[in-house]
Design a protein around this ligand. Structure first.
Ligand SMILES: Nc1ncnc2c1ncn2[C@@H]1O[C@H](COP(=O)(O)OP(=O)(O)OP(=O)(O)O)[C@@H](O)[C@H]1O
Length: 315
């Protein structure tokens, strides 16, 4: 559905986005992650046709954004980071204005506005001036304008930015329900957001794409935690018999960590090991793959970069 190839955007000599390539399929919820200044907003603005790439291509439904920006914008709803809403208008007037800007025919505008108000649960605030709304409700108005034309793609730039925990939860529920009908790209630097919402993550690091993976594979365990009556020597003998070099690290008298090679399925390995321990008459107090959290993955990218930088320096 969305194909981005070698996309770059430079400001003078500075590359805000640097040769980024990815594809997004219909129906996915994709998290665009990165630290402040990593290039998330710049990519979103290029996909929505608000900013021209310096290099590279963006195709949406096989149409190039260079030649078909207007047509493509009909498929896309965009919640920018700082929404230029009109504070003096009330919610309904503003949404009718958005419907006109979106060229929704006059006889369809009422339904379009009513649909957007319903989906974002704005009815109770419909007649309130936007300037009097809380930040959470203002964000909902932003989402309502983004979906007023029923877009197939929703691009949401930090939709929970500045919201309190309750409003954040409401916004996440809203995004989840919108995603049943649309492909969603959501930018954030909050890892829990991604955990709560996304199928896949694209992690940007200084304008470059560092990771493009499903959340499941990203969080795949690389360590098995075991608590058992078995001694370290006996455990390593069992492991060595089947897996050669695989050795457990002893943490306390009955706690172990076993590193899992990429090729091993963590759950199959855990069940195999449990069987071995039971057959050997050992007790198992706990056995579970330790899931990697996104914070760790994120930190890992920076450590890896620093390490590569040090090596280049030393060479
Ligand atoms: N108009 C501009 N002129 C010069 N530099 C710019 C301009 N717009 C963005 N940048 C720079 O490009 C880089 C990427 O900015 P961008 O807003 O895309 O990052 P971001 O990942 O969305 O950050 P944040 O999480 O803070 O919103 C930043 O270093 C920013 O300062």
């Amino acid at each position: 559905m969305i194909h981005v190839k070698n996309l770059s955007r430079r400001y003078g000599d500075f590359a805000a986005v640097d040769k980024v390539t990815f594809a997004i399929n219909s129906g996915e919820i994709v998290g665009l992650l990165g630290h402040n200044g990593a290039g998330k907003t710049t990519i979103m603005k290029m996909i929505t046709g608000f900013l021209e790439p310096s290099e590279g291509s963006i195709e949406i439904n096989n149409l190039s954004i260079n030649q078909h920006a207007k047509e493509i914008q009909q498929y896309i709803g965009y919640l920018p980071e700082n929404l230029p809403v009109y504070p003096e208008l009330n919610v309904l007037d503003y949404l009718f204005y958005c419907a006109q800007v979106r060229n929704i025919p006059a006889d369809k505008q009422q339904d379009a506005v009513a649909g957007a108000v319903r989906k974002t649960e704005l009815a109770e605030k419909a007649m309130h001036p936007i300037s009097t709304l809380s930040r959470g409700f203002k964000q909902r108005v932003g989402v309502a304008q983004a979906l007023i034309h029923n877009p197939k793609i929703l691009i949401l730039d930090e939709p929970t930015n500045g919201l309190d925990p309750h409003q954040t939860q409401q916004m996440r529920n809203l995004v989840r329900s919108l995603a049943t009908h649309a492909t969603v790209i959501i930018s954030t630097h909050i890892m829990q957001e991604v955990d709560a919402l996304c199928d896949r993550v694209l992690i940007l690091d200084n304008g470059q794409l560092a990771i493009d993976q499903t959340l499941a594979s990203l969080r795949r365990s690389d360590t098995l935690a075991l608590s058992s009556s078995i001694s370290g020597d006996k455990l390593n003998a069992i492991l060595g018999e089947k897996y050669g070099a695989l050795t457990a690290q002893q943490i306390t008298a009955d706690e172990y960590r076993i590193p899992l090679p990429e090729t091993l399925d963590d759950r199959l390995f855990a069940s195999w090991l449990a069987e071995q321990l039971i057959q050997s008459g050992e007790k198992i107090y706990a056995i579970n793959p330790l899931l990697r959290d996104l914070e760790t993955v994120f930190r890992g990218i920076h450590q890896q970069k620093r390490h590569q930088g040090d090596k280049t320096h030393a060479a």
